[in-house]
Design a protein around this ligand. Structure first.
Ligand SMILES: *Cc1c(COP(=O)(O)O)cnc(C)c1O
Length: 464
């Protein structure tokens, strides 16, 4: 595959997106009518026509998350290397269920994961796998932690336990854990909500109190989830204190760093995640702050045996490993992951990392962090109140008397920027995250200027 033509295509599309609307104005009815009129699948179509149609729909009818003024959820812009990677993955259709079928692909993933595990301060025999996303990684963490804490769980299930297992997290933890608790058979009530302090960090004093109380009541505490960059406000839980508490109490410490975990790649940001090296397991999404296309999650675990136990499977129809191979040197991913057939998820991170180099990646993270500071400063300078505290480029803000949902809707309607609204300590706020490495200082200043005009218009209308 040669890159020049693809690079041109990629650039053309980037420009088209940057010059076009961020938010579509379309109804499901409209799209369905169009699809019905164009694609009844009765006659074959030239592929060129199909491509043109698909691209037109994608350009017109989606929120452009790679737009430089998409200040939204953790959906990144994507570098060319990662786009080429996903194409190569599809072309070669590598199967990563077992090692023998795709030795090169398996080893490229292993190589990449070992690099990041080292950045996290995890030991060299860490077991790590690429997942569909953070949710699968978090699901894996819970299944492995259950396997570690309750040896009878694997064969007999939860109903053979002497009490109800309990997981500790806060109201700021990702809501996906509710689904996971449901799916794992734990039940949503197994999630015990620990209080947060005034900066939205987990209160370890309250954690201690709740674990003690639950134990007295016959529950079986087994796991604490600390977040490294919460989804709404980018807050980092007190990871060292949680680690210490878990160790003393024989609890599994899972660090959900789906967004913020990538910060370990930057020497200047890494200290914020101190304590993560003591976690039992980590979730990190490369499809968030490492800016590769979805889905590219990662699960890291220091307990090799528990992972192997949780996902073990004895199959006779899979190609065996070569006789000469040291059993610990290679393993079949299907025995270490919730997935069976698995696509070559890790290539997009491998290729982007190879092209940027470690320092290039660090610069990308640092730049977005700087842009977050620019946004914070220019908001504060023009009368906005910042309500969250994080070193990451996630800014939650408000001003007196402003109706937040209506304001956010206006920002989108006028194609100023895509931001979300969030509730921080019960207060509605605007949430803006610098998710694109293409966002410039000029973009930010323009957006803040437009926002201030909007506020002014609203105020003038009120007084008129
Ligand atoms: C995004 C996110 C998740 C979920 O990850 P997906 O990749 O969307 O499945 C979990 N935890 C946190 C902290 C997140 O930000």
């Amino acid at each position: 595959m040669h890159i020049d033509q693809i690079r041109d295509e990629f650039k053309t599309l980037e420009t088209a997106i940057a010059d076009g609307p961020i938010v579509p104005d379309v109804t499901a009815k409209e799209i369905r009518a169009y699809l019905g009129s164009r694609f009844d699948f009765t006659q074959p179509m030239p592929l060129n026509d199909v491509i043109a149609d698909v691209e037109q729909m994608l350009l017109k009818w989606q929120v452009q998350v790679t737009h430089p003024r998409y200040f939204g959820l953790y959906n990144p812009s994507v570098p060319l290397a990662s786009v080429v990677a996903d194409t190569l993955v599809a072309m070669y259709n590598s199967q990563l269920a077992n090692w023998r079928t795709s030795p090169a692909a398996n080893e490229m993933e292993r190589h990449t994961l070992a690099w990041l595990a080292d950045k996290f301060g995890f030991p060299t025999d860490t077991i790590a796998t690429f997942t569909s996303g953070g949710s699968e990684a978090n699901l894996s963490a819970i299944v492995v932690a259950l396997t570690w804490a309750f040896p009878e769980y694997g064969e007999h299930g939860l109903r053979h336990l002497s009490g109800d297992p309990a997981i500790y997290l806060t109201g700021e933890t990702h809501h996906g854990f509710n689904k996971i608790a449901h799916m794992a058979g734990l039940g949503r009530r197994s999630l015990r909500i620990v209080a947060t302090d005034s900066t939205l960090k987990m209160s370890v004093a309250d954690l201690r109190r709740r674990v003690e109380e639950d134990r007295e009541n016959g529950m079986l505490p087994f796991m604490v989830i600390g977040t490294g960059g919460t989804t709404a406000a980018g807050v980092i839980d007190p990871l060292p204190e949680i680690a210490q508490f878990c160790k003393a109490q024989h609890l599994w410490f899972h660090a959900d760093a789906a967004y913020g975990g990538s910060a370990v790649v930057s020497p200047s940001l890494k200290p914020w995640l101190a304590g993560i090296e003591s976690a039992d397991s980590i979730t990190c999404d490369a499809h968030k702050w490492l800016s590769v296309p979805m889905g590219c999650g990662m699960f890291f675990c220091r307990h090799r045996e528990s992972v192997a136990q949780a996902f073990r499977s004895d199959v006779t129809y899979m190609p065996a490993k070569p006789e000469s191979e040291d059993a610990s040197a290679t393993f079949n991913p299907l025995t270490h992951s919730a997935q069976w057939s698995r696509r070559f998820i890790g290539l997009k991170l491998f290729m982007a990392l190879a092209e940027f180099g470690e320092s290039g990646y660090a610069e990308l993270l640092d730049r977005q962090t700087r842009m977050g500071n620019v946004l914070r400063d220019s908001l504060e300078a023009t009368g906005w109140r910042i309500v969250n505290s994080t070193p990451f480029p996630v800014v939650c803000f408000t001003r007196d008397g402003l109706a937040i949902p209506e304001f956010v809707a206006k920002l989108r309607e006028r194609q100023i920027a895509w931001m979300s609204d969030a509730l921080i300590s019960g207060e509605p706020v605007v949430r803006a995250c610098i998710t694109s490495f293409k966002t410039t200082e000029k973009d930010i200043e323009w957006v803040v200027g437009q926002m201030n005009n909007l506020v002014l218009n609203v105020q003038q209308r009120k007084t008129a």
